[in-house]
Ligand binder design. Structure first.
Ligand SMILES: [Mg+2]
Length: 128
């Protein structure tokens, strides 16, 4: 896998989810030093304003600023990085809205390593 040099931002309020996602990304070829975390939508928006990423994993439900609002703000500020929304089953209906707002793909929780790998590869292939 050729993901080694890609920089990823994981925006999720759950530290457990951030480490689960980090572990899976490492298993599919990403390097830990290129994986950053943000604990809510606002932190995510602030981080992408300062640094360029190749992929953003964006949780939907977060305090301070939810993922959907963060998505809208990132796109409004000209961020073109591929964004994958990470949603729960209950938010599945809102995914269309997120795609319209500029999300490139989505992952429904609970997911396993294969689901994430497949979606990440799909997403990176679609934008390359
Ligand atoms: Mg959350």
């Amino acid at each position: 896998m050729e993901n080694t040099n890609l920089k990823v931002l994981i925006v999720d309020d759950s530290t457990v989810m951030r480490s689960v996602l980090t572990d899976i990304l490492k298993r599919i070829g990403f390097s830990e030093q290129n994986i950053m975390g943000a604990a809510n939508g606002q932190e995510g928006v602030d981080t992408v304003a300062k640094e360029k990423f190749d992929l953003i994993l964006l949780d939907w439900n977060m305090p301070v600023k939810d993922g959907f609002t963060a998505l809208q703000e990132m796109r409004a500020s000209g961020v073109t990085t591929p964004i994958m929304m990470v949603t729960t089953e209950g938010e599945r209906m809102r995914v269309v809205e997120a795609i319209k707002a500029g999300a490139n793909n989505y992952l429904v929780k609970p997911f396993d390593a294969n689901d994430l790998e497949e979606k990440v590869q799909q997403l990176l292939a679609s934008v390359s």
